[in-house]
Design a protein around this ligand. Structure first.
Ligand code: BTN
Length: 226
């Protein structure tokens, strides 16, 4: 296992690609990123004081149809890590991590498949630890420091995270920690918006609505109506 720490990098998700050819698991983390990548092509503000880490993991026997297990492991792993530091967080389906209605952590996963199997995945996790939240996202993001009113040791957070994401995490835990289940959510699709009740999450990670519809995360934007 390669573990590398960088002071500054464009994006740990990009940087870690160099280790794919070695077919070795790796962890790369950085103090700051100059071109942090978010989901749906968005950028991820990555100022000093946060934890910006990517995990490269090779899988031998994970069927492609079970790839949601990867998202589940990282989401539940982050929630368990925050709990270990006294912070109760929830998963906004599929894999944003929220505290007090604000985002504390974003996860960006890229899987690579070989036939019917997952070959490897790159999971980038950005946790607001001690960083001040940048002005444009002040209303929607939060840090561990502002929740707990004290700073945290970033290496300790990383150590806990590395253990938790690779431990036994279950769909039951994912459901228990869900921010959306049993709530009214705003479902935004192409140009349509509707208010729906979120009922359950399938084993393969799709969201079941009370009206019977089953949503997959790919092309959706979700707003939680709290
Ligand atoms: C999101 O919420 O949109 C996902 C954000 C993922 C950010 C992390 S920080 C470490 C890794 N490197 C990146 O460039 N992005 C991910």
């Amino acid at each position: 296992m390669i573990i590398e720490h960088l002071n500054k990098v464009d994006s740990t998700n990009k940087y870690i690609l160099r280790y794919v050819k070695d077919r070795q698991d790796a962890i790369v983390y950085a103090d700051e990123q100059t071109d942090g990548a978010g989901t749906k092509g968005r950028s991820f503000i990555s100022e000093k004081g946060g934890l910006y880490v990517s995990f490269l993991k090779f899988y031998r026997f994970l069927p492609a149809k079970n790839a949601f297990k990867i998202m589940l492991d990282y989401s539940v792993g982050v929630v368990k890590t925050l709990a270990a530091f006294g912070i109760k967080a929830q998963i906004k389906w599929p894999n944003d991590i929220y505290v007090n209605g604000k985002k504390i952590c974003g996860i960006l996963i890229k899987n690579s498949f070989s036939g019917e199997l997952v070959d490897y995945s790159i999971a980038g996790i950005g946790i607001n630890v001690n960083n001040d939240i940048a002005a444009p996202i002040k209303d929607i993001a939060i840090s561990m420091k502002s929740v707990a009113q004290n700073s945290f040791n970033i290496d300790s957070v990383l150590m806990s995270l590395s253990a938790n994401v690779f431990s036994e995490n279950t769909i039951q835990e994912y459901r228990e920690h869900s921010l959306v289940l049993g709530k009214k959510i705003k479902v935004i699709r192409n140009n349509s918006v509707s208010i729906e009740q979120a009922e359950d999450i399938t084993e393969d990670g799709r969201l079941i609505l009370k009206n019977g519809e089953i949503l997959s995360a790919a092309e959706l934007d979700l707003k939680i109506d709290l």
